[in-house]
Design a protein around this ligand. Sequence first.
Ligand code: RNT
Ligand code: ZN
Length: 420
Amino acid sequence: MIKDNIVKSYELAKEFYKNYNIDTQEVMKKLNDIPISMHCWQGDDVSGFENPNGELSGGIQSTGNHFGKARTPDELRADLEKAFELIPGKKRLNLHAIYLETDGENVDRDEIEPKHFKNWVEWAKKNNIGLDFNPTLFSHKYADDGMTLSHPNKEIREFWIEHVKRSRKISEYFGKELGTPSVMNIWIPDGFKDIPVDRLGPRKRLKDSLDKILEEKIDPKYHLDAVESKLFGIGSESYVVGSHEFYMGYAIKNDTLVCLDAGHFHPTETISNKISALSLFTNEILLHVSRPVRWDSDHVVLLDEELQAIASEIIRNDLLDRVHIGLDFFDASINRIAAWTIGTRNMMKALLIALLEPSEILMDAEKNFDFTKRLAMLEELKSFPWQAVWNYYCYINEYPIGLDWLDEVNEYEEQVLSNR
Ligand code: RNT
Ligand code: ZN
């Protein structure tokens, strides 16, 4: 009965969109092909497997203590597989260096090798997904001063340079093994709690460290470098070395990707408005889709105005080939698989709504300075029957419809998570 209604509703929606020259069948095909890189770190509150008692540091914090967090790589992979069953579309997984597997051996950050990620690669092959990567420049004794690649001490800088160089080789290994380039994103916590005297020195050192890291050219078929800015972090409230201007300048000059994290700007400053501008000066862009709340940058992504604006910018400007969509949030106060599912399905819904938009009509209105029509239509679009297409899309691809996914999460919670 419910299934019948889903099909019926879809048929009506299909006709409805046809009036606007939108082919819903085409749209669903397109949606199904947009890769979304899910971040592994929602599954274990950014703990990783380097050190079982390791504390998260570096101006990011995960709060909450919902039971059932993944404690081992196998648990994390099982949880990810569960989430993948609930999320339609093309997935990738974004790993951090601290998610290595060493067989009990002590491997410091300047010693990591592709072999420590072999299990992830095998698993990715089995699940038919691509991998992305991040060096980890936090939660480590050499990051305790709040400085890494810009540290005044040369030895500490060199330690981190080596770590990022090795990370690039791991990323290249992912790309080679999986046949799809791995995007490696560099984020560092470097900054000052209080007003610095020297704002230039640390930036010079960061620039120099990055230059050394990027010296070796790696085939973009396998590996892409990205750099991520931030306005402030916990403990770096007054000054962040890798500010937006710093990395935008660096990326344009050195032909790397800019990573725009939705939570890394002033509260009224949005990344959706930066995509078109940047697209004229950089080849590719990486997004960390996230949701800022007050001082936190990493709440679970909602289907809100900014998420819609991000998706619409990508679709309207035909930037799917040049914008890599990654997610970045971590909430430990709710079921972690649910967090992944809510955030990722929301990202997909926003893309679907954008794909279903009759953009040409809107663009024409705008070109003719008919702002009345533009506003009227943008508002009407909000109640267009996209949900019918979404439900049908989930249905034909055999993914849970509506809130059905929550029953599966609850079952998994009872059978698996509660025993941890
Ligand atoms: C931190 C950055 C960074 C991290 C991850 C874990 O402010 O957003 O991307 O969230 O690397
Ligand atoms: Zn981020």
